[in-house]
Ligand binder design. Structure first.
Ligand code: HEC
Length: 153
């Protein structure tokens, strides 16, 4: 009985801890930013599921050697501009993600507006790269102006 009691306490403790961590992730944001982030995340998730998940999967884990993962991908952090450019212009020439080489081509999606990409990038960076950030329309706009024809660089 006592052991069960202790186990129960530990379980409750742990679950309240992980709940805590979840809210903590956004705690440093002021309430206006938090609301904006939530709006971006909701819209970004829908757009991601529509335009990206068939290859990168809903959970961002990618697909075998064909489609690279976004979840935990070092490439998102080390090649931020190329990642965001690629969301509109596609990507070819291969990428190395977490030490694994992928060589399929990612098709362009020229219909995505700066707002669409801002929302998708906010979702991808917050959900999959474990950062908390709003990628703004202005930032997307200035990154798009830098996109080179050769996005493998
Ligand atoms: C038809 C399949 C397909 C779709 C749809 C697709 N991608 Fe990709 N994506 C790829 C492939 C293949 C690569 C690797 C490209 C290369 O090797 O040059 C890639 C690479 C990437 C990369 C850089 C590598 C990494 O894993 O970080 C990012 C970021 C990315 N895609 C994000 C997206 C987002 C966001 C969308 C939706 C707007 C999207 N992709 C839609 C297939 C796809």
């Amino acid at each position: 009985m006592r052991i069960i009691g202790i186990a129960l306490c530990v379980t409750i403790l742990f679950s309240s801890c992980s709940q805590q961590e979840k809210t903590d992730k956004y705690d440093h944001l002021d309430s206006r930013t938090k609301i904006r982030l939530q709006q971006y995340l909701a819209a970004g998730k829908q757009l991601y599921n529509l335009h990206c998940a068939n290859c990168h999967q809903m959970d961002g884990s990618g697909l075998a050697k064909l489609y690279p993962p976004l979840k935990g991908a070092d490439y998102l952090i080390t090649n931020r501009n190329a990642s965001i450019c690629g969301m509109r212009h596609g990507h070819k020439g291969g990428v190395v993600v977490n030490g694994i080489t992928y060589e399929q081509e990612m098709p362009a999606n020229l219909k995505l507006t700066d707002l669409d990409i801002a929302e998708i990038a906010t979702y991808v960076y917050t959900e999959f790269a474990d950062t908390v950030q709003i990628v703004t329309i202005n930032e997307v706009n200035s990154i798009m102006a830098l996109c080179s024809d050769d996005l493998s660089k």
